[in-house]
Design a protein around this ligand. Structure first.
Ligand SMILES: [Zn+2]
Length: 342
């Protein structure tokens, strides 16, 4: 089968489309003929490498995917052959306290397709049955592949980590990213008011279309000042920030008393410098978040499947153009997801 393969870290040129053996499903697994696979920022880290972290190279990349089930392993109960499914990206041990209480992302053996084991950028993948998310008939493989990782991430951040309440105000940074595209919609669905930041006019426009009531061009106006102005100096209750450390220091200054900043990434740099006095005087919280539980995956999947929210797909291209797909994601020139068809 065709698969995207990384055997050493580096630029987009380390991505190779190679021939790999088609996998056979083990007990409790289903095999998916992948039709679409979506890129995530995690793919960029896997390709580039992360200082002090070892990825199990060589590896087939890709965390998100969707396709048809074409073979069942022994003991599969709920999924049938021919079923169209999306792939939940998280894998865990299934027996520890975290797993048994639905917090699989806190399992010490937690991993993600395309990061800790072979991923979805291939014609076939075998996944545990519980990772197969049945698709509604009217959903495309491209939309299905573009949904799981970013909607799970944003859902867990806002609903669980921040316990977002109806009527609260949320600032979502980098509106064009996949997580932010999902976060804007989830915050609205949970009854919050949303402000978004982006740096290009077309991205600001799209953020408004998704439900933000104000879009701030951070390249033109300091976003802390814009937030102060729009909230009559009060600040916002929640900031969704995966931009990086420097941005987070400013995000903390945007918060109302009792506010929380939640982060799931540090695209632009990891080392945080901030003022603790600000944090305790105003009873602020800085919350970290990675992925989410399988139950949360299904909750947010059902909302997308029911048409209450939708992934924004920026570009679809063939698997063979994976290098260009990485360059496009890295350039931050797109609003929403880049999807590969296999
Ligand atoms: Zn576990």
């Amino acid at each position: 089968m065709k698969a995207v393969w990384v055997s050493a870290h580096g630029g987009p040129n380390v991505l190779e489309v190679v021939d790999r053996p088609r996998p056979e499903p083990g007990p409790g697994e289903v095999r998916v003929r992948v039709r679409a696979a979506a890129l995530n920022h995690l793919d960029l880290w896997v390709r580039r490498g992360v200082e002090g972290h070892r990825f199990p190279l060589p590896l087939i990349t890709g965390c998100d995917g969707a396709g048809e089930v074409d073979a069942l392993g022994e003991g599969v109960l709920a999924i049938r052959e021919g079923q169209r499914v999306a792939i939940a990206p998280g894998i865990s041990c299934g027996v520890c306290t975290a797993c048994c209480s639905g917090r699989q992302n806190l399992c010490r053996f937690y991993g993600i397709f395309g990061e800790t084991r072979d991923g979805t950028d291939a014609e076939w993948i075998c996944i545990p049955e519980q990772n197969a998310l049945p698709m509604p008939d009217d959903m495309s493989f491209v939309d299905a592949a573009a949904t799981p990782l970013v909607f799970l991430t944003a859902w867990h951040m806002l609903k669980n980590r921040c316990a977002l309440q109806p009527g609260e105000t949320v600032l979502v940074h980098a509106a064009g990213s996949g997580v932010s595209m999902a976060a804007i919609q989830i915050a609205r669905l949970l009854g919050a008011r949303v402000f978004a930041t982006a740096s290009r006019p077309e991205k600001l426009e799209k953020a408004l279309e998704l439900g933000a009531e104000m879009a701030i061009n951070y390249a033109e106006k300091d976003f802390t000042r814009a937030v102060r102005d729009v909230t009559s100096k009060r600040g916002v209750d929640v900031v969704v920030d995966h931009v990086g450390a420097e941005n987070i220091s400013k995000s903390l200054r945007c918060l109302a008393k009792g506010g929380r900043v939640v982060t799931c990434g540090a695209t632009a740099g990891p080392k945080l410098e901030s003022d603790l006095r600000l944090i305790f005087f105003k009873s602020l919280s800085l919350l970290g978040s990675t992925m989410g539980g399988l139950g949360d995956m299904r909750d947010v999947w059902d909302l997308v499947a029911a048409g209450r929210m939708h992934p924004v797909v920026a570009e679809v291209m063939p698997l063979e153009e994976v290098r260009r797909a990485h360059e496009l994601l890295e350039s931050r020139a797109v609003f929403g997801k880049v999807v590969l068809e296999t």
